[in-house]
Structures are given as structure tokens and as C-alpha cells.
Design a protein around this ligand. Structure first.
Ligand code: PEP
Length: 252
């Protein structure tokens, strides 16, 4: 039995005051009925503040990115996995499509970040997903396989996935209000699980695969009802406490 996970990705949104209100609202909504694991991923500069606010709750802290380099060094502007761990993070998102598209992160760099996260004792949330054109050309599985294999086929890849979470995020559904149908999402989730199972069935069975892409309170129940969808990576709706809490309830 996989415990569902709902992770909020705040992207580059928020102010100290706004985050205070948001976290207060989310904490108030975390009533007994919510059994899903919940995590919040603020911008770097607010990680410590958010962690302080979450200290008396069961909500985990995450980050949206990390440096691929391990240890300390002359990497101006970068934040290491060790720093995130030290700041109280449990999770870190790697390979988000916005980082792939806007900051040129390719599969090799994403894989390097994935293993850097593990080395720091963080749980990577590895994002995979196809562009609209790739889906229309029938390339969804090939794209997802390529992104997954960049980690899976490396030495320690299967063992790494045993400590990780995958988020399937069709790029055409992120921030667009256009959601994959539960059947479309389930098909890709099952494909991902099957591909991992070719290497290790037990790891595949335990692997949490989140769906991301315009998840809202109203579409979450039908998405989370699918057999291979183990929660969500939530962007826009994670900035609204009521919406986010309702999504966490739907995953529970
Ligand atoms: C995301 O940022 O990972 C995401 C899925 O965003 P949204 O929920 O806004 O589509």
C-alpha cells in the first residue's frame, strides 16, 4: 500500500506575509481525515521561514531545485542538496519541465541532480512528461522513457528510485487549466511503473508516481482514484489554502 503524497510547488510566487497566511491556512485545514503525506516547496529564500512555520505540523518541507554539484564550492547563485537538508528539507523537485524548457536542463543534468539529492539524504521528486506536439505525434511513451531511463539505467538507478518519487507532468497540462483525463494519466503512470518493474518489481510496486498538471479540488478525486496515481504535484492550486487542502483530502 503506497501512502499518497501531495506536494505543493509554489514556483516563484509569494512574499513573507503571503506565505505566512498560506501556511497558516493549510495547517488549519490539516484535520484528522487527511492521511496523505503533504509537502510544501517554497522558493529557496523562503525555505527556512516556511520550515519554521511547519515545525509544529506533520507537513514536510521541500525545495524546487538544487545544484548538481555536491559539497561546497565556487558555484555562485547555487544551493546544494546538503544546504537544503540542513535547512530542514525532506524533498526536492528535479527536472521540472519549466527548468528543462527555460533553463536548458537536459536529461544528463537532471540525473546528476537526482543523485546529488539522494547523496544529501533528500527524496527527489523526478518530473517527467511530454510536450503537446510529442503527444500528438504519439511519442509520449518514448519521451517519458528517455527521461526515466536517464536515471533508471545509471549505476544505482533502480536503488535510487526506491528512495524517490516520480511526477508525471504532461507539459501541455501545466498551468494551462487543461488536465489530462484520468485515463490518459493512468496510462502513462502504468507505463512508468511497468518500465521500472522490468528492472525490479518490488521497487516498482512501492514507487509513488504523482500526477501534475492543473490539478484542482474539482478534478483531484477522479485522478487520484486511478490505480497508479499516488497523489499530485500541485502548482497553481497550492497557492490557495482551501484548494490545496481539498486536494490533500481527495488524496487521503
Ligand atoms: C507544477 O508546477 O508542477 C504544476 C503541475 O503546475 P499546475 O498545477 O499549476 O499545472
Amino acid at each position: 500500500m503506497r501512502q499518497p503524497l501531495v506536494a505543493g510547488n509554489w514556483k516563484m510566487h509569494g512574499t513573507r506575509a503571503g506565505i505566512n497566511d498560506l501556511v497558516t491556512g493549510i495547517k488549519q485545514g490539516m484535520t484528522a481525515g487527511i492521511t496523505a503525506e503533504v509537502a510544501l516547496c517554497p522558493p529557496f529564500v523562503y525555505v527556512t521561514d516556511t520550515g519554521r512555520m511547519l515545525a509544529d505540523s506533520s507537513i514536510a518541507l521541500g525545495a524546487q531545485n538544487l545544484c548538481a554539484e555536491r559539497g561546497e564550492g565556487a558555484y555562485t547563485g547555487e544551493v546544494s542538496g546538503a544546504m537544503l537538508k540542513d535547512a530542514g528539507c525532506t524533498f526536492v523537485i528535479v527536472g521540472h519541465s519549466e527548468r528543462r524548457a527555460l533553463y536548458g536542463e537536459g536529461d544528463a543534468l537532471v540525473a546528476k541532480k537526482f543523485f546529488a539529492a539522494l547523496a544529501a539524504g533528500l527524496t527527489p521528486i523526478l518530473c517527467v512528461g511530454e510536450l503537446l506536439g510529442e503527444r500528438e505525434r504519439g511519442d509520449t511513451e518514448a519521451v517519458v522513457a528517455r527521461q526515466l531511463d536517464a536515471v533508471l539505467l545509471q549505476e544505482g538507478g533502480v536503488a535510487g528510485l526506491a528512495q524517490a518519487v516520480i511526477a508525471y507532468e504532461p507539459v501541455w497540462a501545466i498551468g494551462t487549466g487543461r488536465t489530462a483525463t484520468p485515463e490518459q494519466a493512468q496510462e502513462v503512470h502504468a507505463y512508468i511503473r511497468g518500465r521500472v518493474a522490468e528492472h525490479d518489481r518490488a521497487v516498482a510496486d512501492k514507487l509513488r508516481i504523482l500526477y501534475g498538471g492543473s490539478v484542482k479540488a474539482n478534478n483531484a478525486p477522479e485522478l487520484f482514484a486511478m490505480a497508479d496515481i499516488d497523489g499530485g504535484l500541485i502548482g497553481g492550486a497550492s497557492l490557495d489554502a482551501g484548494q490545496f487542502v481539498a486536494i490533500c483530502r481527495a488524496a487521503s
